[in-house]
Design a protein around this ligand. Structure first.
Ligand code: N01
Length: 543
């Protein structure tokens, strides 16, 4: 392969790669593997020191996947899925990172990955039909195809709070956690944010810290994980049936994860039956709860029955009724913000060293050198943990200066919200692919599942082009507009757009409010992608 040593002025034709992959998380690793199998000269660039993406950065205490290990793993290699041994029902971050590392070793991926190297710009040269990729170190690499494997939740967001830089204690963000252990013993620790990250780290930090203060703006719905060690019986069940089970995930699930589906709507069950169903699923743990009935995300009345059940659990677990009330989510449907899956979250508020601060009553006004100031009090703190989330889905792409045909920037194109064809390509940006881009199931699916589908589709597309001696593929603007309309239309038939969630960009001030992922389900989505390919990449212009 060609080394990325070209200077900007160098004749690109002398130093051209077939493909560049940006990012070496689960998407970038598999993409690299498939492109090498096709015999394409490929380099991947990765900001971190090693592979793993989101699991490389998210080392916060309690970080754990909420999709079961046997399903949150690659399916593309039978040998890999047979040999890997998961130790828990829901794997913790170190184990998932070890898995990523194992995959990198097994497929010898690292030799084509340049680490500690983010990409700052990608400019399309129309005349040459090449992308000029510029690294943050100023190196230029020329490539025919550029594949963005930059992740949906990789651009961390620090809120703009006055005085943040003057804080004399330690500041952490869950999505960019130090690589050396953090010792909170004896400290007063403030955690801002109660999304999945906050809800996972709060119970663990509370066990170590002297005092933990949760600064909560919006209470979230959370269901217990009921994590347990993996048993031989469960592992064996999966390993002996992987082919069939993975096929079931592809053909008969909404998200690519096999859950216990319900064929009933909530109103088809009596209130007693509803309670029994919710109780059973609450006790078995995990996202399965949201599949208690098949209309929970479609019908607000059905949704209310599930929400009310969880509210009841919160008041049963949390001893102080006032704190229970503050922790109780109201005013948006359960599941319309990503459901959280926890271990001992609500019961943590029964500890003497844990305080819940209600930011609705008194918002944060500033960070001072010694703590956090709200509208009505000053809270002295030794450390502040920001569990404040991400500029999701578009942030990582827009952080790169991407310029397509005729000098059009992606930032300009997406000014009013992201527009893509199938979440895979954008008109005006030939030969630029996005893995799990906005407009695809992405974050509503099992991410590894969604990644594999995109990687395989892109690899097949590049092979198809090569067989026909074609060099360029670009989304057609009409096909793109129709797809965007369809994505919005389907979202509007659900309860998802009702919440101020990161799915609609509500957590980033000024971000256009658009429901970004495709909620139509992974089965129709895959069918559509396959049909498009079978019809000679319908809706794409090739040359
Ligand atoms: O981020 P979030 P996250 N002042 O955006 C609050 C995946 N994930 O990192 O709701 C005060 O969900 C904000 O409040 P509000 C999963 O898909 C998965 O937790 O905007 N508070 C909210 O409470 C997840 O959904 C796993 O009012 C502020 C919190 O910070 C996604 O990643 C684990 C604030 C942010 O919650 C993101 O989760 C972890 C401010 N200025 C993450 N700004 C698992 O697999 C923000 N907040 C288990």
């Amino acid at each position: 392969s060609v080394l990325p040593t070209a200077a900007p002025t160098q004749d690109p034709a002398s130093n051209v790669l077939d493909a560049v992959v940006v990012g070496a998380g689960f998407a970038g690793m598999y993409m690299l593997h498939r492109l090498r199998e096709l015999g394409l000269t490929t380099r991947a660039f990765e900001k971190g020191h090693d592979v793993g993406g989101v699991w490389y950065w998210n080392r916060y205490p309690g970080a754990r996947c909420d999709v079961e290990s046997m399903q949150y793993s690659y399916s593309f290699s039978e040998a890999l899925q047979q040999e890997y041994e998961w130790s828990e029902r829901f794997a913790a971050q170190p184990e998932i990172l070890a898995y990523a590392s194992h995959v990198a070793d097994r497929f010898d991926l690292r030799r084509d990955i340049t680490f500690q190297t983010g990409i700052s710009a990608a400019h399309y040269n129309e005349e040459q039909g090449l992308w000029d990729i510029c690294t943050e170190h100023g190196e230029h690499v020329f490539t025919r195809f550029c594949i963005m494997a930059t992740g949906c939740l990789s651009s961390t967001r620090m809120p703009d709070i006055l005085g943040i830089e003057a804080f004399e204690g330690n500041i952490y963000h869950t999505g960019n956690w130090p690589h050396t252990p953090v010792d909170f013993s004896g400290q007063r620790v403030g955690v801002i944010g109660t999304g999945s990250s906050g809800i996972q780290c709060i119970p663990v930090i509370a066990q170590q810290a002297g005092q933990l203060l949760t600064f909560q703006r919006t209470p979230n719905f959370s269901v217990p994980a009921r994590n347990v060690p993996m048993t031989d019986a469960i592992a064996q069940h999966w390993k002996s049936n992987y082919a069939g089970l993975r096929q079931q995930a592809r053909e008969n699930t909404s998200s690519g994860t096999i859950y216990e589906k319900s064929v009933r709507k909530a109103h088809e069950a009596s209130p007693e039956e509803q309670q029994a169903e919710y109780t059973r699923r609450w006790q078995s743990g995990g996202v399965n709860f949201m599949h208690s009935f098949n209309d929970l995300m479609l019908d607000i009345k059905s949704n209310d029955t599930a929400a009310e059940f969880v509210r009841g659990q919160i008041s049963a677990i949390v001893e102080d009724p006032q704190i229970a009330d503050l922790l109780t989510p109201k005013g948006y449907p359960i599941g319309s913000k990503r459901i959280c899956i926890d271990t001992n979250y609500y019961s943590t508020y029964n500890r003497d060293n844990v305080t819940l601060v209600d930011l609705c009553a008194a918002p944060i006004t500033a960070i001072t050198p010694t703590g956090l100031q709200t509208a009505d009090a000053h809270y002295p703190l030794d450390s502040i943990v920001f569990a404040t989330g991400y500029d999701a889905m578009t942030g990582a792409l827009l952080n790169i200066d991407i310029v397509g045909r005729a000098g059009e920037t992606l930032a300009k194109k997406w000014e009013a919200g992201p527009t893509t064809y199938l979440g895979l390509m954008m008109s005006g940006f030939p030969n630029l692919f996005t893995i799990t881009g906005p407009g695809s199931p992405s974050v509503l699916a099992n991410m590894i599942f969604a990644i594999e589908q995109h990687v395989e589709w892109i690899a097949d597309c590049l092979a198809w082009l090569r067989e026909r001696a074609l060099h360029t593929i670009e989304a057609d603007s009409v096909a793109e507009a129709l797809w965007v309309a369809h994505v919005n239309e389907v979202a509007d038939t659900t309860l998802f757009p009702l919440a101020n969630s990161w799915y609609v960009g509500a957590n980033v001030p000024g971000k256009p409010r658009v429901f970004m992922p495709y909620v139509g389900g992974v089965v129709p989505y895959r069918r559509k992608c396959n049909e498009v390919a079978a019809q000679g990449y319908e809706g794409f212009n090739v040359s």
